[in-house]
Design a protein around this ligand. Sequence first.
Ligand code: GTP
Ligand code: MG
Length: 204
Amino acid sequence: MVIKNVEFIKSATRPAHYPAGDFPEIAFAGRSNVGKSSLINVLVNRKSLVRTSSTPGRTQLINFFDVNGEFTLVDLPGYGFARVPLAVKKEWGPMMETYLSKRANLRGVILILDIRRTPVAEDVQMLHWLRAYSVKPIIVVTKCDKVSKNERAKQAAVIAQTIGIQMAELNFFSALSKEGKDQIWQRIEGVLYGAETEAVGAES
Ligand code: GTP
Ligand code: MG
């Protein structure tokens, strides 16, 4: 993917505020602090297009970014962080389900998981919604720089089993080393333009 231009379009919480137009859209979901914003920044070759933070739960809005005037990347609010206020937690489910079910532009969702952690209930819920609303999932396992090759293999098995998918469906990534960037773009292009290499492929 050649990135010519990326720009922030707007933030929204409800459909009336989603951007108009019919550009195809790819959204990024995952628990707070998992590395959603970092992944987007690496994909578009920008150090800080999307604000990253060591304080979990900073992104509470749905943030839309235009790429090349061709498609849209969407940073979704993180979930599962204990210190987020209850009122915010209660809004997450309806806000997500509304976006996933009503956003006609949406083609695929990148579900981001931490290689060191067992997926939480919200991760599984997200996958159920994607199936229910026929949105293609791309599973990215991030922070791979933090574990050894052995630990990676062990954790990959736990993650695949917990969310009920094949290990071959996992795309390994690190925002530090940028490992996995090209493969994730291939998956995104497959979902955006319906190429052979779709969300779930045999090679990995
Ligand atoms: P919220 O918006 O708060 O939900 O977080 P987020 O999912 O957008 O995570 P963010 O990209 O802000 O990253 C959270 C922290 O993890 C930051 O301190 C990042 O530098 C760090 N981080 C993200 N990806 C990686 C990675 O691949 N490797 C390492 N070592 N650190 C990472
Ligand atoms: Mg973020």
